[in-house]
Design a protein around this ligand. Structure first.
Ligand code: ZN
Ligand code: FE
Ligand code: FE
Ligand code: ZN
Length: 288
């Protein structure tokens, strides 16, 4: 079935859209859709490449209920192969993983890295230390009620310290959703640049790419990740960029990319990065 031929030809007069490098699969237990449906959606959205980067397995298992298990990695590889077969040369399909940055995770990330010929690994922070819980996945909607009782200043400090350490680890090609800690709309008082500046120095020194993740526009914070000011500082520091939707359903592929292009251009960006087996190429950011 090659139903998207029509949408391909209908798109010909439209400007190119950057690659979307952050998407999920049902293996993570909170995403939906088939590999074929994601590829069809990527073709309709007109993205230049489509990257699959589901939540990586994490030991000790079961670690939580929102990721694939280690023994499911072969199913993940099969998903990527189905996407490639369905794309059939019409669209480059990139293989990635969204890995969790956790204390002491380095050997595990190195193991995961050796398990496949990845195009890129994304490092994300979804967990922070917690006195009661040990660690907590602060962005999980199940904890929304817990946020009101938190010391937001301290959480932000912990988050950004961890983010800088993740960048410095050198384990990842791309750093995910830079200011995810704002997801539920809890912001410290005062100028946020005091958090941004040290981490931008660390990211710039690491050579990592950051993502402009459009999912934040659909969360309580109602902002893209990272905030435009962060992006501006990142661009000035020479940090490269990819765009990502963080799609957990096919209809989210390439979501809000027109708005993301505007935000990236306003921050000073004129290109994004393409990955092929960890090798980078530049892609011109379209005008819109
Ligand atoms: Zn997810
Ligand atoms: Fe994430
Ligand atoms: Fe994600
Ligand atoms: Zn994500």
């Amino acid at each position: 079935m090659r139903l998207s031929f029509n949408s391909d030809s209908q798109r010909k007069h439209l400007p190119p859209v950057p690659a979307d490098y952050h998407s999920h699969t049902p293996l993570c237990r909170h995403a939906e859709g088939t590999a074929q449906a994601y590829v069809d959606a990527a073709l309709r959205a007109g993205v230049s490449e489509f990257g699959i980067s589901d939540h990586a397995p994490q030991i000790p298992e079961p670690f939580d209920d929102w990721r694939m298990l280690e023994r499911e990695l072969p199913e993940y590889f099969a998903w990527i192969e189905r996407a490639r077969a369905h794309a059939d040369g019409r669209l480059a399909i990139r293989a990635g993983l969204e890995c969790d940055w956790l204390p002491g995770c380095e050997p595990w990330i190195n193991q995961l890295s050796a398990r496949h010929e990845w195009d890129y690994l994304i490092g994300s922070i979804h967990y922070l230390p917690d006195e009661v819980l040990g660690i907590w996945d602060f962005d999980n909607p199940k904890w929304l009620g817990r946020w009101a009782a938190q010391d937001v200043e301290r959480l932000w400090t912990n988050y950004w310290n961890a983010y800088a350490a993740m960048a410095t680890s050198g384990l990842f090609d791309i750093l995910g959703h830079p200011d995810l800690v704002k997801k539920f709309g809890f912001f410290p008082t005062g100028d946020l640049e005091r958090f941004y500046e040290p981490v931008i120095d660390a990211v710039a020194a690491s050579g990592c790419v950051i993502e402009l993740n459009t999912a934040g526009w659909h969360k309580p914070c109602a902002q893209c990740y990272p905030a435009p000011r962060f992006l501006q500082l990142a661009c000035s520091a020479g940090i490269p960029l990819v765009l990502s939707s963080d799609a957990h359903a096919p209809d989210q592929v390439g979501r809000d990319f027109a708005q993301a292009i505007s935000v990236a251009r306003a921050a000073g960006y004129r290109e994004t990065v393409l990955f092929d087996k960890h090798q980078r190429r530049a892609e011109k950011l379209p005008e819109n």
